[in-house]
Design a protein around this ligand. Structure first.
Ligand SMILES: [Zn+2]
Length: 312
């Protein structure tokens, strides 16, 4: 983990109290901490840094069967394809990440990508911000994203059919700046960052994959600066009872607090209706991005991710 991330960190278990994390015994070289412990002075909890990966979640990803899906090798390589297939000129690749990045105006300060998976959006954001932090609850995703950040290239096995796999390889474009990018394991519903840390916050295809979507939106808003901030939320709103109890869905219900379409309810939440006192967001733009997941050579999921771009 890059040492410059330390100033942003607080203990996620102590929220809403914001207790800073102090670096205990550690091994580091230059600005990189390879091994160590981050300690909370409030609850005394200790969070490990192992092999450069800081694990700042209050619970383990392997605790739920649904999240375990994200640790499987074929699932990881399917996400690598979704994030990087345009770099090896796959004819079926989408331009989704460039489209999402195109919604963000260059801005001074730090950016956060909540649910960064294999890291593509963070690299795109290195062109727009001074620092980019990607977080994901999956250790496999974060380890892979850090490996891509460090090595700037990757070969990986992609499923073709059944037990047949083939190799793919890509190199990061030189203009994407790894020195501005960091990835850490964290929960999008309890972000380990001080309030007002980020001038840009993104949440791409995450809202329908987590058990507490409302808490995530409030956390995304809390971690963004109170003014001169941008927020991009994009999701297909594929609500699933396996992931999130229907009483916590932010849409897809015929009646109740979040009746109707998720994207409308997200826009309404950001506009401040449900959260008096917080600096409300102004919806600058709404739109859609086509995104694909590749399961094997002949099986793709085509996803329309609806987005709101908000500013305050
Ligand atoms: Zn604590």
């Amino acid at each position: 983990m890059k040492r410059k991330i330390l100033e942003y960190l607080i203990c996620p278990a102590c929220l809403p109290e914001e207790n800073p994390l102090r670096l205990g015994h550690s091994q580091s070289s230059g600005g990189e901490i390879s091994e160590g412990v981050l300690e909370c002075g409030g609850c005394r909890r200790a969070y490990p840094i192992k092999g450069g990966v800081a694990a700042l979640a209050t619970h383990n990803v392997s605790s739920s069967p649904e999240s375990l899906r994200y640790e499987a090798p074929d699932f990881l390589s399917a996400y690598l394809w979704s994030h990087y297939a345009d770099l090896f000129e796959d004819p079926d690749a989408t331009g989704a990440y460039s489209e999402w990045a195109g919604q963000i105006s260059p801005v001074a300060g730090a950016a956060l990508d909540a649910g960064c998976a294999a890291g593509r959006f963070c690299f795109e954001m290195s062109l727009k911000c001074d620092l980019v932090i990607g977080v994901d609850l999956s250790e496999s995703f974060i380890s892979m994203a850090r490996r891509i950040m460090e090595q700037r290239k990757l070969s990986f096995r992609l499923k073709e059919e059944g037990r047949i796999h083939s190799e793919r390889a890509f190199v990061l474009p030189a203009r994407w700046d790894s020195s501005k990018v960091e990835f850490i394991v964290a929960d999008a519903g309890a972000l380990p960052f001080r309030s007002g840390s980020f001038s840009c916050v993104a949440s791409l295809n995450l809202i329908d994959k987590i058990p507490h979507p409302l808490e995530h939106i409030l956390e995304a808003s809390r971690s963004a600066r109170p003014s001169e901030a941008q927020l991009l939320i994009s999701d297909p709103f594929s609500w699933s009872e396996a992931v999130c109890s229907p009483d916590r869905w932010l849409g897809g219900a015929p009646d109740g607090r979040f009746a109707g379409a998720g994207i409308d309810n997200v826009a309404r939440l950001l506009s401040g209706e449900d959260r008096p006192g917080a600096p409300a967001w102004k919806i600058a733009r709404r739109g859609a991005v086509w995104w694909k997941i590749r399961h094997h050579a002949n099986h793709f999921e085509l996803i329309r991710s609806l987005f709101v771009k908000a500013e305050r």
